[in-house]
Design a protein around this ligand. Structure first.
Ligand SMILES: [Zn+2]
Length: 254
């Protein structure tokens, strides 16, 4: 089985000094590649430095995280663009809307998202979306940017929202640890969404799957997600692995 973790934060403090061991454990579990989302100017240098030490295993994204957007977002975009000439960027992300901690910067989050949608379109890159408590506003913006290609990281929306996204562009959903949680409504969504629209992810160090829920997450747990998707869909883990890996390769051109 060759697996790809399409969203994990290996440069997070949680893994400091253990990066090599993390990558070996992932490789033993079949996870041969891990995509690294960009967050903001405080974390960016560390993320790219880590990618440069492991160019075959780690691939970077470039983007401004919605939780880091405030009235100074244009300055943040300028800092982000210092990395724009890198040839290894696989997506613009993680970008999106997050109203979970409040809507103080709702207007700025929307502006930053639209700016980055246009930037992704200009560069011909897919987008990696972080979305929390904002599906209505997000779909409204996507309607103005038809034909986008992207991935809804840690998808928490409904099947109907997934169908709406398909009408508006070329969208995949990222499925991770949440699908293993008891009473997860995501399980029902995953049952219905075609396998050729699903990519795997951990969001490590967050969203750890059962039976490790509550502990630190890592890419070597991806096979737990594979088994869960396989049982939900009544197919083999091998099929889940091969289809989701080819989806990730196609979406991110890796
Ligand atoms: Zn993330």
């Amino acid at each position: 089985m060759i697996l790809i973790d399409t969203h994990c934060h290996l440069s997070d403090e949680a893994f400091k000094g253990e990066e090599e061991a993390y990558i070996s454990r992932a490789a033993e579990a079949g996870v041969k590649m891990m995509l690294q989302p960009d967050v903001d100017s405080r974390e960016r240098d560390a993320m790219f430095a880590l990618v440069d030490r492991h160019p075959d295993t780690l691939r970077p994204m470039l983007g401004l995280y919605p939780g880091s957007v405030d009235t100074g977002w244009e300055k943040e975009i300028e800092l982000m663009l210092k990395y724009s000439s890198r040839k290894d960027i696989v997506a613009i992300g993680e970008i999106g809307l997050d109203y979970h901690e409040g809507r103080e910067f709702e207007k700025e989050q929307k502006e930053a998202l639209e700016w980055q949608f246009e930037y992704a379109a200009t560069r011909g890159l897919p987008v990696n979306i972080h979305l929390r408590d904002a599906m209505g506003d997000f779909l409204e913006i996507v309607r103005r940017h038809k034909g986008l290609r992207g991935n809804m990281h840690a998808y928490s929306g409904s099947y109907e929202s997934f169908l709406e996204l398909q009408r508006l562009g070329d969208w995949y959903i990222g499925v991770g640890g949440v699908v293993t949680f008891k009473n997860a409504s995501l399980a029902e969504v995953v049952r219905k969404v075609p396998l050729d629209r699903i990519v795997l992810e951990t969001d490590a160090p967050y969203l750890t799957p059962v039976p490790f829920r509550g502990k630190r997450n890592e890419s070597s747990y991806i096979p737990l997600i594979v088994s869960k998707i396989a049982s939900l869909k009544g197919i083999s883990p091998e099929e889940v692995a091969s289809v989701t890996t080819s989806n990730a390769k196609q979406l991110f051109s890796i």
